[in-house]
Design a protein around this ligand. Structure first.
Ligand code: FE2
Length: 323
């Protein structure tokens, strides 16, 4: 898919620039927001050409690039969600920048805590939670290299400060509730949680897209159901990395986002349910073995699943020809 190649280039540049922005802040240098605007333009253009391509490219993250790629992924998700919700196109750039900068306060959190291979202590959790307020203060204080806030709207500032607020008041830092949380912070909460839960971390395995969407939909006390619905529609029925069952009674992994409104993406069958046998690596077009439905990995007792899925996604990232 041509857009996948373009999306890979856009994501690679974005990862580098946002990584530099985090590094600048970490070493006390000013954040250059002007360098970030063209990234949002590129991401916006990619999402408008093919919403699923960029989102597929940001799925696989290694340990050290997690925070940067997460920022790029949330930027793409925010723009896609704004489009799905038919918000004013004039706001899409601001909404994308809000996604890109929502976790910028993590530049002020020790990396040993961000990469800690295990649960945080209560004291460590308090420090990590400070990232929301520290990011907001950075963007407000002039340490961001801007003379005024004219290039950073309330959308960007509020999503940074309040993306961990929850509908029932259980979030932080201000324990805001319901619609007192801004629309953009409620959108950021969903995009942030979706990308975080579907990414493997040092201390936890990734959830499949279907599991994450189910979690968001089943927690209306935390995530605004009026936004979760368009978010689920935007992610699509068969997101990249989903486990699906094929007509042949094989389990498979979705390799690429299908065209919008098309339900037959390329897949890699990896397990035969009837013979209980693992299958060799191959990529097929699901038009020849149609998808019956999405499956939730945790409901299958397949201890090899996550490793197999990671191997399949890494192996077919170069998109070899379909059988
Ligand atoms: Fe955050």
């Amino acid at each position: 898919m041509q857009e996948k190649r373009r999306a890979q280039q856009i994501v690679s540049l974005a990862k580098e620039r946002i990584g530099k922005a985090f590094e600048d802040l970490r070493f006390g240098r000013a954040l250059n927001v002007d360098q970030l605007w063209p990234l949002v333009t590129g991401i916006n253009a990619s999402i408008s050409r093919h919403p699923g391509a960029l989102m597929g490219v940001t799925r696989l993250k290694d340990r050290h690039e997690y925070t940067y790629l997460h920022s790029v992924a949330v930027c793409g998700l925010m723009i896609g969600l704004a489009r799905q919700m038919k918000l004013d196109p004039a706001l899409h750039h601001e909404i994308g920048l809000a996604g890109l900068l929502h976790d910028i306060g993590k530049a002020r959190v020790p990396t040993m805590l961000l990469d800690k291979p295990g649960p945080l202590t209560v004291e460590e959790e308090i420090i990590v939670r400070e990232h929301a307020r520290m990011g907001f203060e950075t963007l407000m204080s002039g340490d961001d290299g801007l003379s005024t806030n004219e290039r950073l709207s309330s959308i960007v500032l509020d999503a940074c400060l309040h993306h961990h607020e929850r509908m029932d008041g259980s979030g932080y830092p201000d324990q805001q509730r319901g619609n007192s949380i801004s629309l953009y912070a409620r959108m950021a909460a969903i995009c942030d949680t979706y990308d975080a839960t579907t990414s493997a971390r040092v201390y936890k395995a990734a959830w499949s897209p279907a599991e994450s969407l189910e979690y968001l939909a089943n927690n209306p006390g935390q995530y605004d159901p009026e936004i979760v619905a368009p978010f689920s529609a935007m992610i699509g029925i068969f997101p990249v990395g989903s486990m699906v069952r094929l007509t042949s009674n094989r389990l498979a992994i979705v390799l690429e986002a299908s065209e919008p409104d098309e339900l037959m993406p390329p897949v890699s069958p990896f397990y035969c349910i009837d013979s209980k046998q693992l299958l060799s690596l191959r990529r097929i077009d699901s038009t020849i073995d149609p998808i019956v439905g999405i499956e939730i990995p945790s409901r299958w007792n397949l201890p090899f699943f996550w490793q197999t899925r990671a191997t399949i996604l890494a192996h077919f990232d170069g998109s070899p020809p379909i059988e």
